[in-house]
Design a protein around this ligand. Structure first.
Ligand code: IPM
Ligand code: MG
Length: 388
């Protein structure tokens, strides 16, 4: 499905700005990290001579409390007028009842389906200064630079039938795992195109020794791979891939896999970076903006309600998601690179939010040449590095 950018008439909020970003702060630490990212993106825009307009919508638990639904149709319509969406996090214990008919994650599924965001990109890199924060030994982390490309709108998440029923012999539940070759082909194309710009290796992950969908997956990815003779393709089973990710993660470049496997493996890969707080993601479809591809950008981490609003959360995963937005949706690659460099500079300068400080207290951090900082101070350091 091809959709063009929203007509300008719908984009009154744009004013004299160049790009419209709709933010979805959501729940928990979402508002903290989205506010931080907005500051960094505005600073990047000022530096590179363009202007951003911002609108905000509610989604997740806060929308359930205010409106009784995880996201309203009118808010999805407003999101449709944007060049890109920036999401914090949704959910929390307050809305955790698995039997509730209205749940925060429904907002994510509504956004993914409405905008056909079938390609979820989750890059995993490790700043040299943070190698010590990783649970893996430093030598195992050598060369880690991978990109998980997760199929996001198919498979078990959306397959029908799905549900629980009462049978004469007891309760029974079913989920369905369907994949059409077109769904596999388009995500494979994304993976191969991205691999071309990287180290030219694709690992396609499946469970072809058991699942029919995986056998189709393997066939279609192999067909697509034939069109990319410059990219090396290997097929791997998901169970041994999980093991390899925790032993020799440096062997991977691009990993492409179906929805549920991608969900699990990308969390596993994220642990390598020392903190979930460091990692960004982008969810893209085919919809074009004036200067790129429409997308939803969000950190990998969740809503962490215990530290919400306390100026503790690490904003870097969201800020790096903002950099991905600059590159993919707004057509501003120099600004994206500058934001990424500013994050590296701030970390190098010793600024560490609590998640990156391990067991160090303020005195211990000082002795190690580091500064324990909150969300705002970490953001200050990044903005300062950006504008330096
Ligand atoms: C993610 C999350 C979601 C998913 C949950 C919150 C539904 O884990 O984005 O990876 O499984 O897709
Ligand atoms: Mg997940």
């Amino acid at each position: 499905m091809k959709t063009s950018a929203a007509p300008l008439a719908d984009r009154a909020a744009l004013g004299d700005a160049d790009h419209l970003i709709v933010t979805i702060p959501g729940d928990g630490v979402g508002p903290d990290v989205v506010a931080a990212t907005r500051r960094v993106l505005d600073a990047a825009a000022a530096k590179f001579g363009f202007r951003l307009a911002w609108r905000e919508i509610e989604a997740g638990g806060c929308a359930i409390d205010a409106h009784g639904v995880a996201i309203r149709d009118a808010d999805l319509d407003l999101a449709a007028t944007a060049d890109a969406l920036l999401l914090g996090a949704v959910g929390g214990p307050k809305w955790d009842n698995p039997n509730a008919s209205v749940r925060p994650e429904q907002a994510l599924f509504a956004l993914r389906t409405r905008f056909n965001l079938f390609a979820n990109l989750r890059p995993v890199t490790i700043l040299p200064e943070l190698v010590e924060s990783s649970p893996l030994k430093a030598e195992r982390l050598e060369g880690v630079d991978m990109l998980v490309v997760r199929e996001l709108t198919g498979g078990l998440y959306f397959g029908k039938p799905s549900g629980e029923e009462v049978t004469p012999t007891g309760r029974r539940a079913v989920d369905t795992l369907p994949y059409h070759e077109d769904e596999i082909r388009r995500i494979a194309v994304v993976a191969f195109e991205l691999a071309r710009k990287r180290r030219k290796r694709v690992a396609s992950v499946d469970k072809a020794n058991v699942l029919a969908t995986s056998r189709l997956w393997r066939k279609v990815v192999t067909e697509v791979g034939a069109e990319y003779p410059d990219v090396a393709l290997e097929h791997r089973l998901v169970d041994s891939t999980a093991m390899l990710l925790a032993t020799w993660p440096g062997t991977f470049d691009v990993i492409v896999t179906e929805n549920l496997f991608g969900d699990i493996l990308s969390d596993e890969a994220a642990v390598l970076a020392g903190s979930l707080g460091m990692l960004p993601s982008a969810s893209l479809g085919e919809r074009r903006t004036a200067s790129g591809t429409f997308g939803l950008y969000e950190p990998i981490h969740g809503s962490a309600p215990d530290i919400a609003g306390k100026n503790i959360a690490n904003p870097i995963g969201t800020i790096l998601s903002g950099a991905m937005m600059l590159r993919e949706s707004l057509g501003r690659p120099e600004a994206a690179a500058a934001v990424e460099a500013a994050v590296a500079t701030a970390v190098r300068s010793g600024a560490r939010t609590a998640d990156l400080a391990g067991k160090l207290d303020a005195a211990g951090a000082r002795a190690a040449g580091l500064r324990l900082v909150g969300t705002r101070e970490a953001t200050d350091a990044i903005v300062e590095a950006l504008l330096a």
